[in-house]
Design a protein around this ligand. Structure first.
Ligand SMILES: [Cu+2]
Length: 502
């Protein structure tokens, strides 16, 4: 049937006086034809066969192997809740509450019709009671009421996985929002009985939003901020629980010509993800983690407490960047990951330079230098070399976009920082330029510029101190050292232009 008569039918249903209960796509015939895997009524495939199976659980970004079974089984899942401090960004720590010791929690993979015996253990060192609500469960609370577990205790309940799909699980202990915001979520895949078509690579990526008392990248141990969470004013939006968890040598990988399947979840607690891979088109998206797929998708919406399965073939080598295309989240809150594809160029598909370091700014190379500088600063031993190393990492991308990697600037547009008389003459003035920006006529090394440098309001005092210390140490400059306290002083005594972030 072509789409036109179908639309006409929908129109008729809408116009008729009869109650609009049976739209074409939900009529019994339509659902039997089109959803071979769907529907809870079809999910009871009989009693479990054979010996119980211990579920293989994986940490992100890995996914357990396909179940490869043709019979329903009893599958035993043991998940331990662990509360622990881990980095949320370089030099920033956060007390996460986790299912299995990491955020997102362990990936669980079962087959439709399986009977799942679920054990939830709450580590004795924990402070909070926890439970679990699996969206794959048919039953009140998704298991939450049966699994309420105090520290040092364990609970058990059993459910039959009646519906195929990719489901979120999360803690549902009051205050629910806080438990989720602290990282208590993960994914459970219920394969259709015939399994999913084989692909070369499968990965587990899950987004979440985080709320800290300090600003984005403000160093040290950052407590949860309830008010920001209520206002949905996220400090971080992250893939796999920490900034940089899928960047550099932690990027996911594939080879040219391979097919990739991403199981993408969104734990929330608040934000909906506009999931996009820069430079790829999703050949197929099982939107909302359900049984239907859509083809040729650029960006897919993933609701909080929801998921999507995206599939694509990689045709050209390079770095593909995973983002939430609500794009400030990617470049200013951390929602950025990488897929590195190796292999020969297919110049017919794509020829030219890679996503470059200017685009990725300091996300391209998290060197650990920033963390070293932060550690030294908090122990009161911050050395100029550590500042320079951290500053160099931050300069790349942040300032180099305009002033160039070698500090030479661009004739008539961006003044040089290399051997700049303007820079070297007045340290306090240089700090003010970075904090508040600069516009209007300025003369550098005898050449006039009249342009605009926006305030670098994405940088905090430490970062500006380290960048300027690096700049002063490089390219024939004066070698002065800039302390965070000096930046704070300038910030306190000058006025930022309207619209600058603070
Ligand atoms: Cu909890």
């Amino acid at each position: 049937m072509s789409i036109l008569p179908l639309l006409a039918m929908v129109g008729l249903v809408g116009c008729a006086d009869s109650p609009p209960t049976a739209a074409p796509t939900t009529s019994p015939t339509a659902s039997t034809e089109s959803t071979t895997t769907g529907g809870s009524a079809k999910g009871d495939l009989g009693p479990p066969q054979g010996e119980p199976i211990q579920a293989i659980l994986t940490d992100h970004p890995q996914v357990p192997p396909p179940t490869n079974r043709s019979q329903p089984a009893k599958v035993v899942v043991k998940l331990e809740v662990v509360e622990k401090v881990m980095p949320i960004s370089e030099g920033v720590d956060y007390t996460f509450w986790t299912f299995g010791g990491d955020v997102p929690g362990d990936f669980i993979r079962v087959r439709q019709g399986d009977t799942v015996e679920f054990h939830l253990q709450n580590h004795p060192d924990n402070k909070m009671p926890h439970n679990i609500d699996l969206h794959a469960v048919t039953g009140p609370g998704g298991g939450a009421a049966s699994t309420f577990t105090a520290p040092g205790h364990a609970s058990q309940f059993t459910f039959k996985a009646l519906n195929a799909g990719l489901y979120v699980y999360h803690c549902a202990t009051a205050p629910v929002g806080m438990h989720i915001a602290n990282g208590m979520y993960g994914l459970i895949l219920v394969e259709p009985p015939e399994g999913l078509p084989p692909v070369d690579r499968e990965y587990y990526v899950m987004q979440g939003d985080f709320y800290t008392v300090g600003k984005y990248r403000e160093k040290g141990l950052q407590p949860f901020d309830m008010q920001k969470a209520i206002e949905e004013n996220a400090s971080y939006v992250l893939f796999n629980g920490s900034e940089g968890s899928l960047v550099g040598d932690k990027a996911i990988t594939a080879k040219v010509g391979e097919t990739v399947r991403l199981y993408v979840g969104n734990g929330g607690p608040n934000l909906v993800s506009s999931f996009h891979v820069i430079g790829e088109i999703f050949d197929k998206v099982f939107y909302e983690g359900g049984s239907f797929s859509q083809e040729n998708v650029q960006t897919t919406l993933i609701p909080a407490g929801g998921s999507a399965i995206v599939e694509f073939r990689v045709e050209a080598p390079g770095t593909y960047v995973l983002v939430d295309h609500s794009i400030f989240r990617a470049f200013n809150k951390g929602a950025l990951g990488m897929l590195k594809v190796e292999g020969g160029d297919d110049l017919a598909v794509y020829s030219g330079k890679e996503v470059d370091s200017v685009y990725l700014a300091d996300k391209a190379a998290p060197g650990g230098a920033v963390a070293t500088a932060t550690a030294e600063q908090s122990s009161g031993t911050l050395s100029a070399p550590a500042q320079i190393a951290a500053g160099q990492a931050l300069y790349a991308g942040t300032c180099s976009t305009c002033h160039q990697a070698n500090g030479a600037g661009l004739e008539g547009v961006f003044p040089p920082l290399a051997a700049s008389d303007y820079l070297n003459a007045d340290k306090t003035r240089a700090i003010a330029v970075v904090v508040n920006g600069l516009s209007g006529p300025v003369t550098v090394n005898g050449k006039d510029y009249s342009s605009v440098m926006p305030p670098m309001s994405n940088l905090n005092d430490d970062e500006i101190a380290n960048i300027l210390t690096y700049v002063y140490s490089a390219w024939g400059n004066s070698g002065q050292v800039v302390q965070a306290a000096e930046v704070a002083q300038v910030r306190a005594t000058t006025t930022a232009p309207p619209g600058a972030a603070h």
